[in-house]
Design a protein around this ligand. Structure first.
Ligand SMILES: [Zn+2]
Length: 296
């Protein structure tokens, strides 16, 4: 069949997202959002017997309300099992979020963060199941995985028992940024710590004799930002923690900062640049990945 003729019910997708954004579920407290996702899946036609929780919360070393939510969709055609994953939790800043529509955007009321990370992922996976079932689309066996405690250390994924995933040969993880971007491989992290030592001098007496560590740091950060802008994928440079060292204490407030430390965290990923509507590109990538999985 021609799957490009299948349209996604955008209004229903937005309704799922609005509902999930309004359910509180900060990291470690995912029972309510897991119940909301499970409810939406059942309304979409997924039998309750296909929805289960693992026991990851018994292994996670910090209090966690529930295990990972796992859904098994039997294949309607033969093929290796595919895994789609996302995470249920939000950062604590999203507690009590009240999402509302503002033009073509969904925003919070300003008193909390919104929680798009990662209720967007939850909505996408529910829409995936809903669309497959509604249009009877042929598909191989699929596992949906909604993990807990991602935001506080990837615990749900880290402590997961791979045997619970039914032998999936490849995973598409939905988290962050534009769901139309597909990123393959090379996920990693690069961290560095820098300490800049300037030269102290009183700002009101002899500022020209001092070297401001803060200003040197600012120049360095500006350069890092410019480098990021020139790279293909802008915006992944984030100065996570800017801490001024030295110059602390009331008596030294007017002094040029003579020492500055900051820590830089930089995510790395390789983006194959698929855009919305590039169904053939996505299909090719999935098929290549599946074949790799089968061959391994
Ligand atoms: Zn996330």
């Amino acid at each position: 069949m021609n799957s490009s003729a299948t349209s996604i019910d955008v209004a229903a997708a937005e309704d799922h997202l609005m509902r999930f954004l309004s359910v509180e579920g900060v990291t470690g407290q995912e029972a309510a959002i897991a119940a909301a996702v499970s409810d939406a899946l059942q309304k979409a036609g997924v039998p309750a017997s296909a929805i289960r929780f693992d026991e990851v919360n018994k292994r996670i070393p910090v209090p966690t309300e529930t295990g990972n939510l796992i859904v098994d969709l039997p294949g309607t055609r033969p093929g290796p099992r595919l895994l789609f994953s996302t995470h249920l939790d939000t950062v604590p800043l999203c507690a009590g979020a009240k999402p509302r529509r503002e033009g073509d955007r969904i925003v919070s009321d300003g008193t909390t963060a919104l929680g798009g990370d990662n209720r967007t992922g939850c909505a996408i996976l529910v829409v995936l199941a809903e669309t497959l079932l509604k249009h009877n689309l042929p598909h191989p066996p699929i596992t949906l995985l909604f993990t807990v405690r991602e935001e506080s250390g990837l615990h749900g994924a880290r402590e997961l028992d791979p045997a619970d995933l039914g032998g999936a040969v490849m995973c598409i993880n939905v988290d962050g940024q534009d769901p139309n971007d597909l990123i393959v491989g090379a996920v990693g992290q690069e961290n560095w710590d820098v300490e800049i030592r300037g030269k102290a001098s009183h700002a009101g007496v002899a500022p020209e004799r001092g070297i401001s560590a803060t200003l040197v740091g600012a120049v360095a950060l500006a350069e890092a930002k410019r480098e990021g802008r020139e790279a293909r994928r802008p915006g992944h440079e984030q100065c996570r923690d800017l801490r001024r060292q030295g110059g602390q204490g009331r008596g030294r407030r007017n002094e040029r900062r003579d020492r500055l430390r900051f820590h830089q965290g930089r995510g790395k990923k390789s983006d194959i640049g698929l855009r919305h509507g590039d169904r053939e590109g996505i299909r090719k990538r999935v098929s290549e990945g599946t074949q790799r999985g089968e061959g391994s």
